[in-house]
Design a protein around this ligand. Sequence first.
Ligand code: TYM
Length: 339
Amino acid sequence: MNNGANNTVTAEKKKKVLSLIQPTAVPHIGNYLGALKNWTQMAKDYDCVFGVADLHALTVRPDPALLRRQSLETFALLIAIGLSPEENIVCVQSRINTHAQLAWILNCYTQFGEASRMTQFKDKAANQADNINVGLFTYPILMAADILIYQADYVPIGEDQKQHLEIARDIAERFNGLYGKTFTLPEPFIGKVGARVMSLQDPTKKMSKSDPNPKSSVSVLDSPDTIMKKFKSAVTDSEAEVRYAPGKEGVNNLMSIYSGCTGMNFEQIENAFAGKGYGDFKTAVAEAVIEELKPFQQRFKELMDDKVYLNECIDKGTEAATAISRRTLDKVIKKIGLL
Ligand code: TYM
């Protein structure tokens, strides 16, 4: 992570961080290693806003009862992994009215052509040809509003969100150029390992919540048994050598997951498994993942049994996030000439 030249903050002021996650399914280990784990690290050193992007989830027209349940579960999970609603802001996007307001304004400062270049829009449009709604198209602009409204310096994300970060910066730069410095230019924070965890069944594709094959991904709430089974059936290659190399996407992916959980680098992993087969390695990866997830699976269960506390936390996050984001929105409103 480096300090952008435009991000002039005084020494005593902590840098600001924002990131959200969609509640479209239980997060998988890609979400965890690519984003959530970094959130818990950053929460210690920065002023953070983390939350559930339920407005973004509407682009796939989820079942209302399911959306409600998964939004609460995702929120609980954020607390279960160690994000403290006391020390940071943990919130639900739709509860903070300012995001959607700023998103509309930013729509008017985004060119159709630049939004059309978003590869995720093209992919998603291809996957849901019967529902290519306008929300799917303007999705990155709402995401830009999420980020810019908190003047975020850093945005911890997986690699798949990098292009969305770039458009957020472009919009911010354009707006700043027209009206003077209004938004901080955000920088992506993408971890060295786990930034692109691949499907266990097709390691040329990223692990995705929308993959219909349940064996392709490991959810952070999967039982130890299920986790073991899924890793045992992970696609590798016929070489039977634990080595990070081009063409060995399945093994490379397992090594990245193992590295993300244990902190070992690829060389250390190769040495530790020299002469051993894929069976041993897959078992070790599954065990490392089970160990990593165990502490917060228990906490998650406890939290889901205490809805009163969860709702108090959501209200607290709403109040704090609204107050901070309102400042940016007021500034924008004034600059562009709204009454
Ligand atoms: P979402 O919900 O798809 O994913 C949440 C986070 O997980 C990362 N991620 C991955 N990382 C590694 N390997 C994978 N296979 C993998 N799949 C997903 C994502 O990069 C993301 O960081 N649009 C966002 C949510 C959002 C947001 C924002 C993020 C809304 N507003 C503002 C940052 C800032 C999304 O759909 O993430």
